[in-house]
Design a protein around this ligand. Structure first.
Ligand code: GLY
Ligand code: MN
Ligand code: MN
Length: 441
């Protein structure tokens, strides 16, 4: 997001909410480190999701401190201005300008973090931190705690409690606010168009990577900074490999193509899967499996509303899929029997939903004690039933190597849900019509 257009109000509001929840104590939220890819080339930098959720600040080498209590305070530590480095690597805010533009109470050079942190930690009742998330930070935090402990005879007191700040942040991130929903709608719309573009570009004889390139073209052309995860462009039998990312095979006439791809926009993921015929026309067996998965998805979507369990959409999809597997003679027995024995897992081995947000498999609890999470307005989850039929002697030949998944992103609303990825064609009729049109162009 361009800093000219960024609205800092949601970030400040989130910091205030975190400190209110903490009540007292000091929270430390570092951003992600830069990582080498090879020799002196780095992976594209991406800020830590928690840090960015609370700051909107994109630079590496930054840490947020939150001091809760009667006078809540947020302090950013970041890189200083450096004319030489900025010639090579680009603009950096520096503490003074960052403090003003992003609305912190104070900002300091990152070099002063260790000393300042140990000073601020002394006499705090509690420390809030993501213990175990990053070994380097674990050691740094332990070092600061020990530094305070070493000053006990000078009257300094070490925090008696270390709390996991993720518990608070995960609960907040589970319910998306208005600014998050606006970004996720845009990410969904761009990603839906990327799938349309991929459908139009697909022909027998092209490679999976050529279609992947069409997706990337649309993501970047429309402002997505990255893909939200490695794109899966899986022709034929590759669709039955759930995390296939090789994307280097030739697409064959008569095969299906499964694409699971979504853009990341301003730190938010989109997650869409479509499955369609390489030649633009579903065969009879492909259409049978496709209709089954689509019916399962429609049943799951119908189950999404406030007050129901996170598991309800999965169970709705499962019933349809298991019955379909019996009808198509992929399985034998009764509906209750194949659900009870989990025989359906041979063809449907994953769950139907996960939370979606800054991370594709987003933060947020799925279960509280013995109870699955109850859906509430503002939650965002995927709905992604599938059916993956590997070639085998006991499976009718017409179904061999057919892999279908249909995935959309659902925002829970006051009385149901909104499918924010609805612009990606999904019915057999719409997919065939779009591909036909592209072929005639
Ligand atoms: N694209 C990752 C997933 O669907 O969970
Ligand atoms: Mn997903
Ligand atoms: Mn996906």
């Amino acid at each position: 997001m361009s800093i000219d257009s960024i609205d800092i109000a949601p970030f400040a509001a989130r910091r205030a909410r975190v400190m209110e929840h903490m009540g007292s104590g000091l929270a430390v939220i570092p951003t992600a480190a830069e990582h080498l890819r090879n020799r002196d080339s780095h992976y594209p930098y991406r800020a830590d999701s928690y840090f960015h959720y609370l700051t909107g600040f994109d630079e590496p080498d930054a840490v947020l401190l939150l001091i809760a209590g009667a006078h809540p305070q947020s302090i950013l530590f970041c890189r200083t201005k450096d004319a030489d480095k900025e010639i090579w690597d680009g603009f950096r805010w520096g503490p003074e300008a960052a403090c003003e533009r992003f609305g912190f109470d104070a900002a300091q050079p990152i070099e002063r973090f260790d000393v300042q942190f140990a000073e601020l930690l002394a006499d705090q009742p509690s420390l809030w931190f993501s213990l175990g998330y990053d070994a380097i930070w674990d050691a740094r935090i332990a070092g600061a705690l020990n530094e305070v402990r070493a000053q006990a005879r000078n009257g300094k007191q070490t925090p008696a409690q270390v709390n996991d700040i993720r518990m608070t942040l995960d609960a907040m991130r589970l319910i998306k606010d208005h600014s998050e929903i606006a970004i996720m709608r845009r990410a969904a719309s761009i990603s839906a168009d990327a799938h349309r573009r991929a459908m139009c570009a697909t022909r027998p004889g092209r490679h999976e990577y050529e279609i992947e390139a069409e997706l990337l073209h649309e993501f970047r052309r429309r402002g997505c900074q990255a893909t939200a995860y490695s794109s899966i462009v899986a022709g034929g039998a590759n669709a039955c490999i759930l995390h296939y990312i090789g994307n280097d095979r030739i697409l064959r006439d008569g095969d299906l193509l499964l694409i699971d791809a979504g853009g990341e926009l301003d730190g938010y993921a989109s997650d869409i899967t479509r499955s369609f015929p390489v030649n633009g026309r579903f065969s009879g067996a492909q259409a049978d499996v496709y209709r089954l998965v689509l019916d399962a998805q429609i049943a799951a979507i119908a189950a999404i509303k406030p007050g129901v369990s996170f598991l309800d959409p999965h169970e709705a999809a499962l019933k349809v899929l298991a019955q379909g597997m019996l009808d198509l003679r992929l399985l034998q027995g009764s509906l209750d029997g194949v659900i009870e024995s989990e025989a359906y897992k041979r063809f449907y081995m994953h769950r139907t939903s996960h939370w979606l947000g800054r991370d594709v498999h987003d933060a947020g609890a799925y279960k509280r004690g013995e109870t699955w999470q109850i859906l509430q307005p503002g939650m965002l989850l995927t709905v992604e039933p599938g059916c993956y039929i590997r070639a085998a002697d006991d499976v009718p030949a017409a179904f061999h190597d057919i892999g279908v998944r249909i995935e959309d992103d659902a925002l829970v609303t006051a009385d149901g849900c909104e499918i924010i990825t609805h612009e990606a064609p999904k019915s057999i009729r719409d997919i065939e019509a779009l591909m036909q049109e592209a072929e005639n162009d």
